[in-house]
Design a protein around this ligand. Structure first.
Ligand SMILES: N[C@@H](CCC(=O)N[C@@H](CS)C(=O)NCC(=O)O)C(=O)O
Length: 283
């Protein structure tokens, strides 16, 4: 049944019913799930039909409802928003590249150069940090690799790369853990900066080795860092682990090696790695 027919039926039933009618009864009469009924009531309200909810009694329609003939029409199908990926092949853009390949949606890549196009007024208007990666999806501009991964998982739910909201505890936890404390601790360690115990208490990342142990126990014996399925959190955290071990900024712990080895089986990641190898080979 089309949405237009459903909305017309809903108006008809409400119009002919004497007094308020409860949601479950209304849904049953219309032969639709309760959830669809709530969506349809919201759709009617959005076009100005004030379906009144009388507390403890049900829904009722004000006596005079006049609708322009087009009000209930199906919304015109919209062109999918263009997805543009701003990156440099040898950058954190690799994380987003992997995410995009996992999604399997069309996207256009804009390659930027360090120090020049990355600092151009056009690009600074998108990302005042003058850094990659960034994406533009329709009107939405997103920077920060972790935020981009989370955004894309939600923007393309059919790819199943974000758990259901109720199961997002670990998903958000490890995404933010990697983007904040992990990044900071790796950077400090890499610069040879060893915060004192007192300084560790003030720094969000605390002690490098406590943080490494925490991350290792999060992936220990697991294929996925959040729940029982691959998600955007694996793309982001996995990238830090894999590339961290590769560049020597993370220790080669057995837990990291095992988790990363399983992720490397993924065809999307293999395509990205092949691309980077090609870029490096071409100099
Ligand atoms: N917090 C950002 C960091 C982005 C970043 O630092 N990108 C580096 C490349 S990996 C960059 O664009 N550097 C160029 C510059 O700062 O001029 C993210 O996670 O996306």
């Amino acid at each position: 049944m089309s949405r237009t027919t459903r909305l017309q039926d809903l108006i008809r039933v409400l119009r002919h019913h004497t007094g308020p009618i409860g949601g479950p009864e209304l849904a049953e009469r219309l032969g639709i799930p309760l959830r669809t009924l709530y969506q349809d009531i919201a759709a009617l309200r959005a076009v100005g039909v004030d379906v009144v909810n009388v507390p403890n009694q049900g829904y009722v329609l004000p006596s005079e409802v006049t609708l322009p003939p087009t009000a209930l029409a199906e919304p015109a199908p919209r062109e999918p928003a263009e997805l543009i990926f701003y990156t440099h092949p040898l950058s954190r853009g690799g994380i987003v590249h992997w995410m995009l390949e996992e999604l399997g949606v069309p996207y256009r890549t804009v390659l930027l150069e360090y120090g020049t196009t990355m600092k151009s007024p056009d690009y600074l208007a998108l990302n005042p940090m003058g850094k990659v990666p960034a994406i533009r999806h329709g009107d939405a501009v997103v920077t920060e690799a972790a935020a981009i991964c989370a955004y894309l998982a939600d923007a393309f739910p059919e790819a199943g790369l974000a758990p259901p909201i109720a199961a997002r505890g670990d998903y958000y936890r490890w995404l933010f853990f990697a983007a904040g404390p992990l990044e900071t601790a790796i950077a400090l360690n890499n610069l040879g900066l060893q915060p004192t115990v007192e300084q560790q208490g003030q720094l969000g990342c605390g002690d490098y080795w406590v943080l490494i142990d925490t991350l290792a126990s999060a992936v220990d014996g697991r294929l996925f860092i959040a729940g029982d399925a691959f998600s955007a959190a694996d793309v982001y955290v996995g990238s830090h682990i894999g590339w961290g071990m590769h560049f020597g900024t993370l220790p080669r712990r057995a837990e990291f090696e095992a988790y990363w080895a399983a992720l490397r089986e993924r065809p999307a990641l293999q395509r990205c790695e092949a691309y980077i190898e090609q870029v490096l080979a071409e100099g």
